[in-house]
Design a binder for this molecule. Sequence first.
Ligand code: NAI
Length: 302
Amino acid sequence: MADDIRFDGQVAIVTGAGGGLGRQHALELARRGAKVVVNDLGGSVDGSGGSSDAAKAVVAEIEAFGGQAIAHGASVTDDAGVADLVKTTIDTWGRIDILVANAGILRDKTLSKMELADFEAVMQVHVFGTFKPIKAVWDIMKAQNYGRIVVTTSSSGMYGNFGQSNYGAAKMAVLGLMNTLKLEGAKNNVKINAISPVAATRMTEGLMPPEILAKLNPEYVTPGVVYLVSEDAPTGAILTAGAGVFALARIFETEGVYLGEGGLSAEEVRDSWEKITAEPGQQAYFNGGEQGQKFFRKLAGG
Ligand code: NAI
């Protein structure tokens, strides 16, 4: 078909692509013609240990169907490793069109039991491990007036999940990063979106019953990622994907109420709660300034 999504001539980096979702993303991008850098530290689910075997195995799979790929074992949290990941990509193929920031770990504990180290490790991999590769490819993408980036968020961040305060905080942080970068990249055709997956991987294997996991093949998430890194991608979208279902997540703000300037009180806020939270007229904003315009419209009686 003439309008198949293809990536011939394009170069993609997929972090954490030695297994799970990242492996599927890497395989599918390569099937569609991209040259793929398969990055994976090869550690355990809590981030300990490491070996580049996982990434190499995925490269072998890609080469087996005639695709092009190289493995890179850098940790996404390591400055020198990320710099080398990007340098190796440029030295090998001369450009970087796509970055899928997918690497992740879990250190689930309720807050009472959580050590600072558990919070920091998860923030490091998901937040800094998303920021650092993006920062390293950003000016390359801007200079070539083309770039597609996907960050990986989670319902645990957007909506909450018991025992995941570290992970939830980190997964919302990547959305904050995306919300600003969609604005900063627009002029140079650098688009950035988020995927919020649900899939049966080693990360979720103990968390859901087998009959549910059986419906959650990670392959069912990948078409969403492939679209989000394609030429026609939107920007600033949060695509939720799992079990073959795709939906858009958005933050809505209610129209709210103007309570005046003089003599404002907590009691007035309490007594206006129904109006403050009323859903008719609620909106999702594309940037913070749009919210500010609403405040001044209401102040002016609009
Ligand atoms: P996974 O554990 O199979 O894959 C994560 C990969 O990231 C592993 O291969 C691991 O070696 C790699 N990795 C970890 N730390 C790294 C580092 N510092 N540098 C380089 N690579 C590193 O788990 P899964 O499920 O495939 O997760 C992929 C992404 O999707 C993660 O960001 C995860 O938080 C996210 N996610 C997954 C969900 C699911 O239902 N499986 C739900 C919501 C989000």
